[in-house]
Design a protein around this ligand. Structure first.
Ligand SMILES: [Zn+2]
Length: 500
């Protein structure tokens, strides 16, 4: 059996000014990974491609990866990048027996609101009967063709996403069982008029914990795959928001019943998906107080959740850092400010020398009315690094994290990591690779939303969520929704979950 495994993965924040070109999918190479190089990178890793490879290798099949293109979240995907990636996949499908796709589900391109649906339409035009498995991120915004044109669709059950491998494995095993005529997947889907807040979507917390457990129960009770997608709200497209996709073995009545139960449960708990923002100065003062107690061990984490790379943030806003400096918190490590110019200035200055920098605040954000500005800081260059370290946490284990050229600026009270590539600090290795031991610091400032929990929740004494500035703002009133279907909760008062 010839199996093609391909990745086209991007979560698009339509409010983000960060450009999504082919270079962003290529990880410093000329083009995205493919072929044996891709197999070598992803084999035995906690990733979707890792899960697909595990099943394909069991079958002693002929495996081909025409492209492994995943990029950190950012603005709409440029058309030439999309066309390149789609062409690699389309070129491979005509001579394969099955196709296993690692897609995100929230890809918006300059020309298509549903990047994944467009890919599937093109594939079906040349391969109408090809068995296709699709694994999706929990933040997928589902459009009809993403379900209608796939043979099987599976989604993550965890956020932080620590079950990527298992999600792809579930899709792959169901696909192979379909080819072997052991099952015949019947898919259905539906959505609710609701935009769950990302800060309230974690599966450690009510209500998504309970919703995902119920979906997993349904799979144990006989459904082939049950996926509740909380959706990605920072995408101003018609189908953004919460949806459910169910696959059963030929039983449409059961599929619809399970779908409706989950949609109803999610709708009933919609108010628990709403996030309340508190003022930044209050949050930082609270963190300072928590950090001053001697009894507790471990750092207080200040979470700069308006500017998270993995939600499309520029990673260069400085509002939380400025407030930390203004309130004079001591023994702080910051991960990180994206500012390649500042990194180069520190490299030019050299380790041990003093520099004055106008740090961050360089990418304009036209979607926001507030202006992002740099912070003026003076300090000494503590360390320069290539910014690469092996990921050891449950999300992406086995892959390299690449922060790009990295330098640490020390003000005496605050150590600021300045990086040249966008990434989300989820693995404490980001600090350790630049000589900072996070467990012994009084405060850590992280640009993250929920994924930090994988590596930092266990070591933190407290978490304080800080409302800074950024295009993944947690305050919906800061951005203008013009294209999402209306009415939708909580932007509008909605009393029924049935879309009009
Ligand atoms: Zn996600």
């Amino acid at each position: 059996m010839r199996i093609v495994i391909a990745q086209m993965s991007h979560e698009t924040n339509t409010f983000s000014p960060v450009v999504t070109d082919l270079a962003r999918f290529s990880g410093g190479r000329r083009h995205p990974l493919h072929g044996e190089d891709a197999i070598n990178v992803y084999q035995n890793t906690a990733s979707c491609i890792g899960g697909y490879l595990a099943v394909a290798e069991e079958l002693n099949s002929d495996i081909h990866i025409p492209i492994a293109a995943g990029a950190a979240p950012s603005g709409p995907v440029e058309d030439d990048a999309y066309e390149y990636i789609a062409a690699q996949i389309l070129g491979a499908v005509s001579h394969c027996d099955v196709l296993m796709l690692d897609l995100h589900g929230a890809m918006v391109t300059r020309s298509h609101d549903d990047g994944e649906g467009e890919l599937l339409r093109r594939i079906r035009a040349i391969a109408p009967d090809l068995p296709i498995a699709v694994s999706l991120d929990m933040h997928a915004n589902i459009f009809p063709d993403m379900v209608d044109l796939a043979t099987i669709v599976t989604g993550y059950h965890t956020y932080p996403h620590v079950d990527m491998f298992e999600t792809a494995e579930r899709a792959a095993r169901t696909l192979i069982a379909t080819v072997e005529k052991q099952v015949s997947p019947t898919l259905t889907w539906g959505n609710n008029p609701m935009l769950p807040h990302v800060m309230r979507q974690g599966t450690d917390d009510f209500p998504n914990r309970e919703l995902q457990l119920r979906a997993q129960e349904m799979e144990k009770e006989g459904a082939l795959a049950v996926s509740l997608f909380t959706g990605f709200p920072h995408a101003d497209i018609p189908e953004a928001g919460l949806s459910v996709v169910v696959a059963t073995d030929g039983d449409m009545e059961l599929a619809e019943r399970l779908r409706d139960e989950l949609l109803e449960n999610a709708w009933n708990e919609r108010s628990a998906f709403v996030y309340t923002v508190e003022p930044l100065d209050f949050s930082v003062a609270k963190a300072k107080q928590l950090g001053s107690t001697q009894q507790a061990k471990g750092p207080v984490v200040l979470l700069d959740h308006y500017d998270n790379t993995a939600s499309g943030g520029t990673m260069d806003t400085t509002d939380v850092l400025k407030e930390v400096l203004r309130q004079k918190l001591d023994d702080v490590a910051v991960c990180a400010i994206y500012d390649p110019e500042a990194v180069n200035a520190m490299i030019d200055a050299g380790v041990g020398n003093t520099v004055t920098l106008s740090l961050g605040g360089k990418l304009p954000m036209p979607a926001l009315s507030r202006i992002s500005q740099p912070v003026e800081v003076q300090g000494h260059v503590r360390l320069i690094s290539d910014g690469r370290f092996p990921t050891t946490i449950a999300m992406g284990r086995g892959l390299m994290t690449d922060m790009g050229k990295t330098a640490v600026l020390s003000t005496g009270t605050v150590d600021i990591m300045v990086v040249s590539r966008h990434f989300e600090p989820v693995d404490p290795g980001c600090f350790r690779c630049v000589g900072i031991e996070p467990t012994t610091r009084r405060f850590l400032l992280l640009k993250s939303r929920i994924h930090y929990r994988v590596g930092f929740r266990e070591i933190a004494r407290e978490i304080v969520e800080c409302a800074g500035l950024g295009v993944c703002t947690s305050d919906y009133s800061e951005i203008r929704f013009e294209r999402v279907r209306r009415p939708i909760y909580p932007l509008d008062g909605v009393n029924t979950r049935k879309s009009p």
